[in-house]
Design a protein around this ligand. Structure first.
Ligand SMILES: NC(=O)c1ccc[n+]([C@@H]2O[C@H](COP(=O)([O-])OP(=O)(O)OC[C@H]3O[C@@H](n4cnc5c(N)ncnc54)[C@H](O)[C@@H]3O)[C@@H](O)[C@H]2O)c1
Length: 321
């Protein structure tokens, strides 16, 4: 019988990560594309380590994994993993901490610019032969000298501030867990009261985890206090903004627009009204899907497993359960 470690890769990853597995002398691996719980269930019981993207890893599946020592999340959010069960079984949970931030921060800028410059409307005016209507189109908005609130100032928030500063925006930061010094060193201003600050912002970008504290954090009560020109971006996790409330606020012209990379239910249901709302720009949870970022994540998720078994895993990659 082979004494190689069995590695399960749940959902395909970049070839750069597969290459690391292929050339490792002590690993056997399998990539799972069929994400039915019954299929994962049939493979998980023997594995020593697994890499997982967005598929759900329930307590029942984790209980089934008799030999599992490490769950290596391909990405940084881990709300798809049952952390209680992982803790109970003393399983190490790691993330690809060094891979995602730039791609997500760029995606936020991409959304902010597209929405403020009314990309769809201006683009289609030329393509459909209505160039001469240019003076009648609603005006666009500048980012220069505008105030943006970055909620959550971890890896992505700290990357985003540099891009906002490049556009000479005034950056306010809401993150009770990050020191004033770190925020000021990057040119931000720390704020303590989210509800108060929101009232004077031209843009808001969310970079916090989804948990009991943050679910439905942005709801109608807050949306109705925002400036009419405010643009809100969520490239963190669906559920932090209440989608029904957001749609209502947009339809009532309470805010200018919204950019969403993430949804309460993914994929969003066909009757989700945001899908047909022209004030919303959407992407299918792909903020981190740059070629460069996918390469980095594919490598890092496997390298974390290799480092774990070599007992040299960087502590900053390990989630405290
Ligand atoms: N769209 C995507 O493809 C994509 C990719 C990567 C990460 N994400 C999501 O982006 C978010 C941020 O990722 P990160 O790597 O920057 O995480 P991080 O852990 O480095 O930073 C999160 C920050 O949020 C702060 N925070 C926690 N709770 C808060 C609260 N209630 N109010 C204000 N601040 C709070 C923490 O102190 C921390 O500084 C996560 O939700 C992650 O799942 C999305």
């Amino acid at each position: 019988m082979s004494n190689k470690k069995k590695i399960l890769v749940i959902q395909p990853i970049h070839k750069a990560g597969i290459d690391l597995l292929e050339k490792h002398p002590k690993f056997d691996f399998e990539v799972i594309e069929n994400l039915d719980a019954s299929n994962i269930n049939s493979k998980i019981s023997e594995c020593d380590a697994l890499s997982i993207r967005t598929a759900k890893l329930s307590a029942a599946l984790i209980e089934e994994a008799k030999n599992l020592k490490i769950i290596s999340r391909h990405g940084v959010g881990y709300d798809n993993i049952d952390t209680e069960a992982s803790k109970r079984k003393n399983i190490t949970l790691t993330i690809t901490a060094n891979s995602n931030a730039v791609a997500v921060a760029e995606h936020v800028m991409f959304m902010l610019l597209n929405i403020s410059k009314r990309k769809e409307m201006y683009d289609s005016s030329v393509k459909s032969g209505r160039f001469d209507e240019r003076n009648k189109l609603p005006k666009t908005i500048e980012l220069w000298n505008k105030s943006i609130l970055i909620a959550g100032f971890g890896r992505i928030g700290q990357c985003l501030i540099k891009r906002c500063k490049g556009f000479e925006m005034n950056v306010f930061v809401y993150d009770p867990y990050i020191s004033n010094e770190i925020i000021e060193n990057l040119g931000g201003k720390k704020v303590d009261n989210l509800a108060e600050t929101i009232k004077s912002m031209d843009a808001i970008s969310l970079h916090i985890p989804l948990n009991n504290e943050t679910e439905n954090l942005i709801n109608y009560d807050l949306l109705k206090t925002m400036k009419k020109n405010c643009i809100i971006i969520n490239a963190a996790r669906g559920g932090i903004i209440n989608e029904e409330d957001l749609n209502k606020a947009l339809n009532e012209n309470l805010i200018f627009g919204a950019g969403l990379d993430v949804f309460t239910i993914e994929p969003p249901s066909k009757d989700n009204p945001l899908l047909n709302n022209p004030k919303v720009m959407l992407s299918p949870h792909t903020a981190a899907f740059t070629e460069e970022c996918m390469t980095r994540m594919g490598k890092e998720t496997i390298q974390n497993i290799i480092d774990f078994f070599d007992e040299k895993l960087d502590k900053s990659k390990i989630i405290k359960l």
